[in-house]
Design a protein around this ligand. Structure first.
Ligand SMILES: Cc1cc2nc3c(=O)[nH]c(=O)nc-3n(C[C@H](O)[C@H](O)[C@H](O)COP(=O)(O)OP(=O)(O)OC[C@H]3O[C@@H](n4cnc5c(N)ncnc54)[C@H](O)[C@@H]3O)c2cc1C
Length: 604
């Protein structure tokens, strides 16, 4: 019999990032008993790394902005595969969520007349990102923690959920281990909210932290929930490329929002050469107009560097592939050039982009106020995730909710920058509210003891196999290299077929993973357990990407380089079949009501 502590909650929130904390605050405000579990220490969730800001149509900098424009921008960015109801709720509710954060103590940058300042970002028609320099995520986490800490929420830090517990069809809690001592915990709950973030660690070059092993996606899938549109993985155009130890670390889009430009090794601003037809009318066609847009001139259109991320990333890849890249395999991102336009450019850059200044100075010995940066695409975000109901965020499993990067629907085929932080607030709140409601309406479910015993046995098996077993780090590294090469930014059928074969081999090796030492803070053990999630999400991404035979948004197929009408009307669900194998289902996109179609027409 496995030994474990038991804790009882009404609502268990898995994840202490923006989505998890916002959900926990809301559930707690509804008067139920809430527990929050996180793999890392409180304050270290990935949200803390968010830089550029949160998108909300408050119209503080440009009063032409409103929810209708934000909705249309989000749908166009997502290439109309978005859940339109989520996009509508998000555009309408984000301003209130940002103001609420301000009321709870977030100190945003200000306009001259004292309102929350908003900056330009890719794909947003007007300056829309509320921000705190380039440290917006830090302020968000600090504020939510300060507010949440007084709500009587029970926190279990450095605790990893291993499996979700089921009573029949319903989710009734989770089984976990604490990373410090290696002891098991049974977390019994009437409703569970998954807010575990993304899957970036399935790839070699990524801006994502060690926590992003796709746990929530994998936990939900194995509990029977449908995953939606997992082929859409966002490769952010600007990650560091040099030195090798920092490859993939994000360079915020805020650099381009403040006037930074992309050049190839010939010094050419190559983005002017490839402006997609549906963005031509809203994109500047000369350098001067682009610059004036970044400085707030309302008569100007945005520079092509602020086109959507998928497009910019592919243009960079093209420059590199065709021999016009920088010395270390990227291109140049230059903000220093603004000295030709602004007398106090050095102070301006340091004030607007303090983290970027320090990041390049300390990690690459580059002074961005004087020299260009070398950058290239990096795996950044997953648009796909747990299929949820737009209003409540409940998954296809009763009692199981998902929010933030783990949930899916809002972003369609491509997320606009800044729409994640507002997503966390809008849908984190909704998940908390509806999970509390579910908990009030349902009694505590039964724990299936054999599920608990089986999970405990599985979790301890790497110790039984010992150091003679497969090295978990080697399996993880080979998986990441393989996903980067075969299911990365440009995809082909035969490569993805090969990826699926390799995943089967790696799964077999992961099942033989062994480690030495004991259960106390044993990183080898943690890595061995994470492999299960990484392999699950990698297979699902590859299967969905193989099925979608077109190029759309973040999903680019070399063998199907165009968009197709058929696939433009289809979402992909992946569910675990009765034989345990992943099944991919084509589900028609729900038709949009006429009034929302009208909003899109108005904003073309
Ligand atoms: C460098 C960088 C900059 C970014 N900048 C912006 C930006 O400016 N604007 C924007 O909108 N978006 C930005 N993004 C994206 C955005 O930050 C993320 O999408 C968002 O923060 C995700 O929040 P979350 O609450 O869903 O998850 P997270 O903040 O990642 O939190 C996940 C939580 O789940 C926990 N967890 C994970 N697995 C388990 C498990 N098995 N058991 C228990 N706990 C678990 C983790 O410990 C953590 O507490 C940026 C991303 C990066 C990488």
């Amino acid at each position: 019999m496995a030994e474990y502590q038991t804790h009882d909650f009404d609502v268990l929130v898995v994840g202490a990032g923006g989505a998890g904390l916002r959900a926990a605050i809301e559930a707690s405000a509804a008067g139920v008993k809430v527990g929050v579990v996180s793999k890392s220490l409180l304050g270290k969730a990935h949200t803390v790394m968010a830089e550029g800001g949160m998108a909300a149509a408050m119209g503080n900098v440009d009063d032409r902005d409103n929810w209708r424009v934000h909705f249309a921008d989000t749908m166009r960015g997502g290439q109309y595969l978005n859940n339109w109801r989520m996009a509508e709720l998000h555009a309408k509710e984000a301003p209130a969520r940002v103001r609420e954060l301000e009321a709870w103590g977030a100190v945003f940058d200000r306009t001259r007349d004292g309102r929350i300042l908003q900056r330009n970002f890719g794909g947003h028609r007007y300056p829309r990102l509320a921000h705190v320099g380039d440290r917006t995520g830090l302020e968000m986490i600090r504020t939510l923690q300060d507010h949440g800490i007084h709500k009587g929420i029970q926190f279990h830090m450095e605790t990893t959920i291993l499996t979700l517990l089921k009573d029949g069809e319903r989710c009734v809690g989770a089984f976990a281990y604490d990373r410090e001592r290696g002891r098991f915990k049974l977390l019994h709950a009437k409703a569970v909210v998954l807010a575990t973030g993304g899957i970036g660690r399935a790839f070699l070059i990524t801006s994502n932290s060690w926590e992003y092993t796709g746990d929530g996606h994998s936990l939900a899938y194995h509990a029977g929930a449908a995953l939606l549109d997992m082929e859409f993985v966002q490769f952010h155009p600007t990650g560091m490329v040099w030195p090798p130890s920092v490859r993939g670390i994000l360079v915020t889009e805020g650099v381009r929002g403040e006037g930074g430009v992309l050049r190839n090794k010939l010094g050419k601003r190559f983005m002017f050469e490839d402006i997609p037809a549906n963005y031509r009318s809203s994109t500047a066609d000369n350098e001067d107009e682009g610059w004036r847009y970044t400085q707030g001139d309302k008569s100007c259109r945005r520079p092509p560097e602020l086109l959507t991320r998928d497009h910019v990333a592919r243009c960079i890849r093209r420059e590199v592939k065709e021999g016009r890249g920088s010395p270390h395999g990227g291109v140049f991102l230059d903000i220093a050039w603004i000295k030709a336009r602004l007398p106090n450019s050095e102070e301006h850059i340091k004030k607007k982009l303090p983290s970027m200044y320090h990041q390049f100075k300390q990690l690459a010995d580059i002074d961005i106020t004087k020299e260009p940066m070398e950058i290239g695409p990096t795996t950044h975000y997953v648009m796909g995730g747990v299929k949820v109901d737009a209003e409540s965020q409940m998954s296809t499993v009763p009692g199981l909710f998902a929010a933030g990067e783990t949930g899916a629907g809002l972003h369609g085929a491509n997320r606009l920058g800044g729409n994640s932080l507002s997503d966390l607030l809008v849908f984190g709140k909704r998940a908390g509210e509806y999970a509390a409601k579910f908990a009030k309406e349902h009694g505590a479910g039964q724990i299936n003891q054999s599920q608990v015993e089986e999970t405990a046995r599985w979790a301890l098996a790497p110790f039984d196999r010992g150091p003679a077993g497969e090295n978990p780090y080697a399996v993880q590294h080979e998986l990441q290299e393989m996903m980067q090469d075969l299911v990365g930014i440009v995809r082909r059928e035969e490569e993805m077929e090969r990826a699926l074969d390799r995943i089967q081999e790696l799964k077999a090796r992961a099942n033989r993973a062994g480690i030495g030492g004991n259960r106390e803070y044993n990183n080898g053990w943690h890595t061995a357990l994470d492999l299960h999630n990484l392999l699950t999400v990698s297979e699902i991404v590859a299967r969905a990407a193989l099925t979608r035979k077109e190029s759309r948004g973040a999903h680019f197929r070399d063998d199907y380089p165009e968009k197709s009408d058929h696939w433009g009307g289809v979402n992909l669900w992946v569910v675990r079949g009765p034989d345990g194998a992943a099944q991919v289902r084509e589900v028609p996109v729900k038709p949009m009501p006429d009034e929302l179609k009208q909003v899109i027409e108005e904003n073309k």
